[in-house]
Structure formats: structure tokens, C-alpha cells
Write a protein that binds this ligand. Structure first.
Ligand SMILES: *[C@@H]1O[C@H](CO)[C@@H](O)[C@H](O)[C@H]1NC(C)=O
Ligand SMILES: *[C@@H]1O[C@H](CO)[C@@H](O)[C@H](O)[C@H]1NC(C)=O
Ligand SMILES: *[C@@H]1O[C@H](CO)[C@@H](O)[C@H](O)[C@H]1NC(C)=O
Length: 258
């Protein structure tokens, strides 16, 4: 006869481990120029972000496009003192490509692979908001299994002023006319079971989609602005900004407070 004791499940509470912390506390606030981002290179991989994707045809540096400051963070994220403004403009041509790009990626020796929770909050600002006529890829893995996008998607009509999450080729969450100046909080749950968690402002995130995102996470995770051309035409653009904060990856939980 089995002892009842062996049937009692272990109820020990385990606390989540942050596997990679992309919050910006360790980057210099006083400078406000994000000059620390310029210290990163392929041969000097310092800091918590890789910074190699930005307009670089005229001698610009990463900090030409990245600005840190308390006004660029979700005020609800008390664990962080500042967020980041990521900018693109007409000279955001990276290595001669047709897309306009400024992106940052995790700098870490962790694989960030498995059943994990990728946290990010973003704002479409009231000042220099993106043009809804263009597709903007603003959070994505290089393999594109789960992308947060804004604007008119190439090949699709009528979605214009829409913020959405695309996985497996379909929209798994969307909001039309996202409120500019409002913080949208996301957790991308990779691996199995997988899913998507969303909230706005200081509200706790809730799970809005439960299924695999089609990928297992990984470090090739892009945060920023990638604007596609329309039908191969040259891009017409004024300065365009996105704000991000609360970026980190944890292995359990998830923490649902932004
Ligand atoms: C920030 O700096 C502190 C002190 O140097 C260090 O313990 C911590 O790991 C750093 N955090 C990040 C995200 O780099
Ligand atoms: C675009 O931004 C870069 C980097 O801040 C700046 O050097 C350049 O003058 C800007 N271009 C235009 C057309 O405003
Ligand atoms: C750029 O800004 C100017 C002045 O606000 C505006 O007239 C123009 O339509 C803008 N162009 C684009 C492509 O957004």
C-alpha cells in the first residue's frame, strides 16, 4: 500500500529567476545620450545589449538613435528608473538595405531558450509617432515566429493604425487605433504551453492567447523599429520614435505586474 505521504504534491513555492535583465538602470542616466551603447562592438561585447543595427552610412553611432530617460519608461515599472526612445528617420539605412532600422538585441551568454517569459512594454508616442501606412516590425525574433507589429502590413489591406501580435502567420491579438502615449505591456511565453499576456498602463498582465508561439525563444530577439518600404518605393519619413521599457526574461511565473 502506498503511503499517502508520497502522493502529496510538493507545494514549495519557487521564485522566478531573471535569466537576462534588459532594464536600463545600468546605462548612464546623467548623459541621456545612451553613450554606453557605443561601447559595444563585435570584439567588445559589453553591456546588456548588442547594438549593431542602425543607420550607419554617415558615420552615425548607436547613440545617434537611442536615447535613455525617465520619460521613456512605463511609470508602473518601479524596478526601472528609465526607458529608451528608439528612433528612425530617412537616414536609418543599415548596410545599404531598403528597410529603415534601429534595433537592440540581448547581449548575454544565456541561451534564453525554452519555456520562458519575455517581458516588454512599449509606447507609441504622441510625438513623432509611426506612419500607419507602413509596416513596422517592433519586436521580433529573427525567425519571425512571433512579431509585434504596427501599421499597414505588406500584402494586407485595411489594418493601418493597428498594433498587433502575429504568430504562425495570423494575428493572435490586436488593437485598432492604439492609444498614443499609453503603455502596452506584453509577455511572450515561448516553448510549451506558450502564449501571450497583455495589459496596458499599470494593470496586471493577463493571458490572452494560449498556444505555442511557434518558437523556443532565443537571443536573436530584436527590440526597436524596422520599417518596410511600400512596393519597393523609396521611403518618405519624418523622425519616428517608439519607447520601450520593462525588458527582461524570466524562467517561471510570470510576474504579472508591469
Ligand atoms: C547592474 O550593475 C550591478 C552592479 O554593478 C550588477 O550587480 C548587475 O548585475 C547589473 N545589472 C545588469 C542588468 O547588468
Ligand atoms: C536622422 O538622424 C540622424 C541620427 O540622429 C541624424 O544624424 C540625421 O541628421 C537625421 N536626418 C534627418 C534627415 O533629419
Ligand atoms: C513631415 O512633417 C511635416 C511637418 O509636420 C508634414 O507636413 C509632413 O506631412 C510629414 N511627412 C510625413 C511623411 O509624415
Amino acid at each position: 500500500m502506498k503511503s499517502l505521504f508520497t502522493l502529496v504534491p510538493c507545494l514549495a513555492v519557487t521564485s522566478a529567476t531573471v535569466l537576462w535583465d534588459g532594464r536600463f538602470n545600468n546605462y548612464s542616466y546623467a548623459l541621456r545620450t545612451a553613450a554606453d551603447f557605443d561601447k559595444w562592438s563585435w570584439s567588445n561585447q559589453v553591456g546588456t545589449y548588442q547594438t549593431y543595427i542602425y543607420g550607419n552610412l554617415h558615420g552615425e553611432t548607436a547613440s545617434s538613435w537611442l536615447t535613455l530617460g525617465s520619460t521613456f519608461k512605463n511609470p508602473a515599472t518601479t524596478a526601472e528608473t528609465q526607458g529608451i526612445k528608439i528612433k528612425i528617420n530617412s537616414t536609418s539605412t543599415w548596410n545599404g538595405g531598403p528597410m529603415l532600422r534601429t534595433e537592440i538585441l540581448p547581449q548575454t551568454t544565456a541561451s534564453l531558450s525554452g519555456h520562458l517569459y519575455f517581458h516588454v512594454s512599449l509606447q507609441i508616442p504622441t510625438v513623432n509617432p509611426p506612419d500607419p501606412a507602413y509596416e513596422h516590425q517592433i519586436i521580433f525574433w529573427e525567425e519571425h515566429y512571433a512579431d509585434i507589429k504596427y501599421g499597414q502590413l505588406s500584402g494586407q489591406n485595411g489594418v493601418g493604425d493597428t498594433l498587433q501580435v502575429i504568430s504562425g502567420g495570423t494575428s493572435i491579438w490586436s488593437v485598432q487605433q492604439p492609444v498614443k502615449g499609453t503603455w502596452y505591456n506584453f509577455i511572450l511565453e515561448t516553448g510549451s504551453p506558450g502564449g501571450l499576456w497583455v495589459s496596458t498602463g499599470n494593470n496586471a498582465l493577463t493571458k490572452v492567447f494560449t498556444d505555442s508561439l511557434g518558437g523556443n525563444g532565443g537571443t536573436d530577439w530584436h527590440i526597436g523599429a524596422l520599417r518596410l518600404p511600400i512596393n519597393g518605393q523609396s521611403q518618405v519619413i519624418n523622425e519616428t520614435d517608439f519607447y520601450y521599457s520593462g525588458i527582461y526574461v524570466e524562467d517561471s511565473g510570470p510576474t504579472t505586474q508591469p
